[in-house]
Every structure is written in C-alpha cells, then in structure tokens.
Design a protein around this ligand. Structure first.
Ligand code: DGJ
Length: 747
C-alpha cells in the first residue's frame, strides 16, 4: 500500500518510491499540505514541515494560544472566510447570503485502485494494484455539506490525481459558486510558470515566465478548453531544463471552461489551483444532491520537462485513452479537405481515394461538405443526411466503393453546431444557445446547439447513428468550429443557467459515450478548428486529435513541439499537405513535410493526383517508412525533445524504443545558413555502451536509405552526431530536414 496514515499525528504520506505527497489534518480540522516532491523516507511524523508562526496582523481561527493562521499555512483545499485572504478552491453561498465555509476532517478511507468519475472522463487502472486511493471526508457543519477530497497515487508513474466531490445533506439549498478540483501549495516562489498559449493555427506555443507576487493565471471562458490556453501548467525551478531539475506539472482532464491559477502572496508562498472556471458557474445543490469536479493530473519530475512529458505520454496513452484503438498503430490516411474543400462529387472523391490507395494509404477520410445543403460554410450544419446531388449513392454507396478500393472509409462531422440556414434550425430555433433579447453572435456563420439539453443530444444521436449504422465507417473526425458566446439555455430555469456551461460539456461527453459504445471499432479523431480542444478530456473518448489547421512543416515544428509537453505523439494528427501551404503560403520540401508529420499519426491532406511522378514516388516511400516505424513512434517509444524551435532556427527530436535498441531522430532548420558553424546533434535516451548503426533517410526520390556509420550511445549523447549542413542545402536549403534511424548492432 503506497498510502500511509500516521494515526497519532494524523498525517497521510502518499509515496511510490519516486514521489512523496504528505498532508495532515491540522489543529483546526482543515487539511494542510506538508510536502510534495521527490520521495522521502517515511517516518512517524513530518511535523517539522508544518509551518506556523505568530505574525502581526494575522488572524487566528482557533482559541488562544493557537498560532495557526490560514493566511500563512499551506492548505489542501482552501476556503475564504476562516482567516485566509488568498483565492479559495471553494465558495459556497448560503440562503442568507453568507459565503463563508469551513470544511473540517471527518473520516478517511484508503483503498486499492481508482474510482471512475463517469460521466466525466478520468485516468483509470486496469488492475487494482496499479494505484491506491485516499478519500478524505470533510464536513461543513453549518450547511451540512460533505466534501470528499480524493487522491490517487499510481504505482508506476510519478503521478497523483486529484478531484473533489460535494454532497449536500442540509435542508436548505446551497449554491456552489466555485468548486475547483485541486489546490497545492509551496512554501516559496522560486519557480517559473510554463504554459501553452496560442490561437488558431498557432496552438500550444511554449511560454515561460518567472513567478511574481500576485496572481498569474490562464483560463478559458469559451466553452471549450481552447487554442488560446491549454488546460495545463507547470512550475519549474529556474535551473530546470528539458533534461534536469525539478518540475511540477498540472493537467486538467476537462474540455470546457477552466481556470489554472498561481497565486504568490507577499510571504512568497505559492498556491496553484485548477478547476472549472468560477465565472459562469453556479451550481445549486439540494438535499441529497452531489457535484463531482473533474480530475487534475499532477506529475512530478526531478529530471526536467522532458521527463514530465514522458510521464504524461505514458499515462495518457495507456491509462486515459480507452477502447480498441488505445494500443494500435494508426492507419495512414488521406483527408480530402485541403484537396477539394466543399467542391467534390463521388467521382472526384473516388479518384483521390484511388490514388491514395496506390500510394499505400489505408484510410480515406471525407471531410466537410457531404450533408444537407453544405456547399459552403454558410449552410447545412445540423442536417446530418447525405447530399444526394454530390453523392448520389449516399455515404453508404461511397463508403462501399472506397472499401472496394481496399481502403477504410472515414467521415467528418460537426455535431454540436447548426447553421441558421438548415432544416434543423428552421424546426428548432430554440435549440441554439443564446440569451433572450440579446444578439446571437455568429462565428463561421454558425451557432452552438444547446447540448446541455438531453433532447438536443438525443436528436443528433439519432441522425448520425443512422448514417453510421447503414454505412461502412471506420473513422470519424469530430469537429467543433466555434466557441460559446452568449451562454444561456432556452430550455433551462434561472438556476439552470449557472450549470449550463458544464452541462454542455457533459452533453458532449454523453454523445461521445453513446457513439463510442455503440461503435467500438471506429477510430475517433477530435478536432476543433484544428487544435482548439486538444485536451485530456477529449482524449479519453477520441484517441487522437487534429493538432492544428496549420499544416505547414515550419509551423508544425513549433506546434507539435509545444503539444508534446503533455500529449503523446500517437494522439497528434499530423499530415503532409500541398505547397504553397494553404495557411502560410510557404513552400517547403515534401521530404521535410513528411519528416515532421512522421512524429504523429501521419497522413496526407492533398490530392496525390496533382503531384509529379517524382513526388509521388517520394510519397510511396514515405508511407512505407511510416508503416515500418509507426510501432516505435506511436506505441513503443519514448519521445525526447532535443532542440527547441522557440529558441532559435533549429528543431530536433527523437523517439527511442523501450529496449533502447531502435530509434528515429530528426533535425530541421528554418532558414538556411551560409558558411555556417559546425553542428552537432546531441541525442538522448540511448544506452551508452551499445553500438548503433545509423542510417540516413534522405526522403528524396530514387534514393535508398544509406548507412552513415556506427557509433556508441555515449558518443551520440555526449559528443553528438555531426549534421552535415551541405546535406541540408542539397535538400532544399530553407526548411530542410534530415532523418536518421538507429539500430543496435553487435560490437
Ligand atoms: C476545421 C478543421 O480543423 C479542418 O480540418 C476541416 O475539417 C474544416 N474544419 C472543415 O470545415
């Protein structure tokens, strides 16, 4: 059992040999934080870690001579109104208007395994001995509300997951105005905050800033986790780098509004809180009702950011993603979006699919434009029946023909949305989210269906499941192309309005649950104008996410690098697209485009019929390469970030197999350099005394991979491998890349 309870001192020590998380029941019954970090040997008491001291002006919430002040004590789930002036994890409103609460220890339970949070997504265990869970039950006596703080520590990962559950017993209803999932405190502020910020087509850029006194936070109020801020932040020590140093990661398993906040007080104490954003959240609880918060996944690393990422990758790939596709390599696909946009018919689609088959692809995906009157993005959303003018044989007929070519068939949907020019809207105008008497903002000419209402989710489920049932569908791309602007449910009471944003996400999870349960063989890829909903909540339902609408190789280096802070390569939708690129109009060599896309799910987003013979032969070789190495890249390997694109001209990364006998490494440059300095790429993750044969894969037409030499792991990691700048020039100069495979050989 990795959770120890010290009866006498009422301390809980969660440890798995790698990390320790130590908390206590304090004198006033609230839960205090003693330590979080690298594993400590257990001892009878850790009271020396409890910080308590008389200070002038401080308020003490216990009778004299106590010196316990909530203002200066690290807490586990702080509330406002018992002497702490920092931002709380919980706020409860009583009928008399009071917003004070005081949750004190009642009892606790320690058990093997981990409970499901369904209908919310969460990490899980397959065997009970993979993790232990501590549930601490607290009570606010006055309102008769119970709070269960739940902690799970994994046996094989430096991970603690947290969530909070409220259960109201009192006759008088209460309103939860703030119910975050976790709060963690540190005694000092010697940290930098790392987070992933962006926008459409430049999602998840890595941002790092030194903590300052006051509040620094990231958030979403958009109804989706958003491309602006990913629901993740890390605190790292200033000397921590990719390879070494202390890092604390916090990742939120949720797809809607969130708040991730770091507050530093003037005594340099740091409080991290994470949860559903309190704005637009107000949850009334009557006697017998409960509220479950989503999960926060906390990762501790003492070997830098890369180790933190590898922990998230392993956990999310194996114990967050579910279903048949979890452990499978992903099919090489061709998606027609950038090839045709809305302008296609059955014949043109079959021509594109046929060429994809010839190249070696395994799945053809029909993107937007196949339904209703959807000939542009002004109309049709909500009408989930086929446009027979474009596709006279329906999706059924088309999918059968695509399968007859020897490809699987995939379909695009955007189930949460509606255009006003649609049969669905004409029939149910009140199903759109929007407030009475207010203008309804539009975005991409579309509106959000009120998924907080069951009847809306039911209707969409009926429409789409019919199409899926009657056709041969192996893959679904579930898109979502606008945020919620005027959150109001026309089907709800006044008190329902504060529940609407969360219920919307529960509606999305409900539809995902129904579809993934009824169609377990289908591979789902979530998407939101590219990567505006790339979050752990979505990954629990859809094992892969379209990383960004920006398919330019140069831009993707940054986007995929940032995304890899939390998310495994196998979850990143990555395609080779046409040049000039449709987002930045840049021309990059087709070899570079593939060299970037290999580090993800891999596919194409162009019409292969338009390529030259030379390019087509390159594509064939690329697909063959990916098929050979995808088990290593997507399933088996550990990902190492080697050179950071946010710091300069170059990018490099590599994947090393678990047994360290195989690896794939790539180096990319943006601008070419003249008369440049020597370039040595220091690899990572290899076995120092193993001899590796290195093969260079140029990716150019009619060039077979060539052996470039044999080197020991120590040379490759500590001295580095020389990258030949002339080779980068030969391959196209700007935006060129080199790709190497490594294989352990006998000495
Ligand atoms: C946004 C997605 O990110 C694109 O890949 C494409 O599916 C379009 N929507 C279709 O409208």
């Amino acid at each position: 059992m990795s959770i120890i309870f010290h009866e006498k001192t009422k301390e809980f020590h969660l440890t798995n040999g790698e990390i320790s998380y130590i908390i206590e029941v304090m004198e006033n019954g609230q839960i205090g934080q003693l330590y979080y970090g690298k594993a400590l040997r257990d001892r009878d008491s850790f009271q020396e870690l409890h910080e308590e001291k008389m200070r002038s002006l401080m308020s003490i919430s216990l009778p004299e001579p106590s010196s316990l002040s909530m203002e200066f004590t690290r807490q586990e789930y702080p509330s406002y109104g018992t002497g702490d002036y920092r931002m709380p994890a919980v706020t409860i409103q009583q009928k008399n208007g009071s917003r004070i609460c005081n949750f004190t220890y009642n009892s606790h339970e320690i058990f093997s395994g981990k409970k499901s949070l369904a209908p919310l997504p969460s990490t899980y265990v397959e065997q009970e001995d993979e993790a232990d869970t501590l549930e601490i039950s607290l009570c606010d006596q006055l309102t008769e509300t119970d709070l269960i703080l739940s902690y799970t520590i994994y046996r094989d990962y430096p991970v603690i997951t947290r969530n909070a559950r409220f259960f109201h017993r009192g006759k008088e209803a209460i309103i939860l105005d703030r119910a975050l999932s976790a709060s963690v405190e540190f005694s000092d502020m010697n940290f930098e905050m790392v987070h992933l910020a962006g926008a459409w087509s430049r999602e998840r850029y890595v941002k790092t800033r030194k903590l300052e006194m006051g509040i620094q936070s990231i958030q979403s109020l958009r109804g989706a986790s958003s491309s602006e801020h990913n629901p993740f932040l890390a605190l790292k020590r200033p000397d921590a780098s990719e390879k070494q140093g202390e890092v604390y990661g916090f990742s939120f398993v949720y797809s809607g509004n969130f708040l991730a906040q770091v507050e530093v007080n003037t005594h340099e104490m740091t409080r991290v809180t994470m949860g559903i954003h309190p704005e637009m959240f107000s949850w009334e609880l009557h006697a017998g009702e409960s509220f479950q918060t989503p999960e926060v996944v906390m990762v501790y690393s003492h070997q830098g950011l890369n180790q933190m990422s590898q922990t998230y990758h392993g956990l999310y790939r194996k114990r967050l993603v579910r279903g048949e596709w979890r452990d499978k390599v992903r099919p090489v696909l061709l998606n027609n979006w950038e090839a045709t946009y809305f302008d296609f018919n059955e014949e043109s689609i079959l021509k594109i699919a046929g060429k994809a088959k010839e190249a070696g692809a395994e799945l053809f995906v029909l993107d937007d434009g196949w339904f209703g009157a959807r000939n542009d993005d002004y109309r049709g959303l909500g009408d989930w029946y086929v446009n027979l003018e474009k596709l006279p044989n329906g999706i059924k007929g088309l999918s059968e023909k695509v399968e007859a070519l020897g490809l699987k068939f995939g379909l695009w949907v955007e189930l949460e949305m509606v255009n006003k020019d649609s049969d669905l809207y004409r029939k149910h105008p009140d199903w759109v989210i929007g407030a009475p008497g207010r203008f309804e903002s539009h975005s991409r000419h579309q509106h959000v269906l009120d998924f907080s209402r069951k009847e809306v989710v039911d209707a969409i489920y009926e429409m789409i499941s019919k199409i899926i049932r009657e056709s041969k569908i192996s893959y679904i791309k579930w898109d979502m192309n606008r945020y919620i602007t005027e959150p109001f449910s026309r089907g709800g009471s006044p008190t329902d309005q504060g529940k609407m944003m969360h219920r919307y996400i529960l509606g999305v999870y409900d539809l995902y649950t129904r579809l993934t349960t009824e169609f377990p063989h289908i591979l789902f890829e979530s998407c939101s104008s590219g990567g505006a909903r790339f979050d752990p909540g979505m990954l629990a339902f859809a094992p892969q996410t379209w990383t960004s609408d920006d398919t330019d190789a140069g831009e993707r280096m940054k986007i995929q690098y940032g995304t890899s802070y939390v998310y495994p390569l196998v979850s990143m939708g990555s395609h080779v697209s046409a040049v000039p690129n449709h987002q930045v109009y840049r021309k990059t060599p087709i070899a570079t485009r593939a060299d970037v896309a290999y580090f993800g799910t891999f596919g194409y987003e162009l019409d292969l019929n338009l390529l030259t013979d030379e390019e087509f032969s390159q594509v064939k070789a690329q697909i063959a390469f990916m098929k050979k190495y995808r088990e290593l890249i997507q399933i088996d390997g550990d990902f190492y970030r080697l050179v950071n694109p946010f710091e300069g001209n170059d990018t490099a990364w590599m994947v090393v197999s678990q047994d360290k006998k195989e690896a794939v490494a790539a180096f990319y440059q943006r601008m070419n350099k003249v008369n440049a300095s020597w370039l040595r790429l220091k690899m990572e993750g290899l076995e120092p005394h193993t001899l590796y044969e290195i093969t260079y894969v140029s990716g150019l037409a009619n060039e077979e991979p060539v052996a470039v030499g044999r080197y020991f792991g120590d040379e490759l990691m500590y001295a580095g491998m020389v990258i030949d700048r002339d080779e980068l020039n030969r391959k196209g100069g700007d935006f060129s890349s080199v790709l190497y495979t490594l294989k352990a050989v006998e000495q």
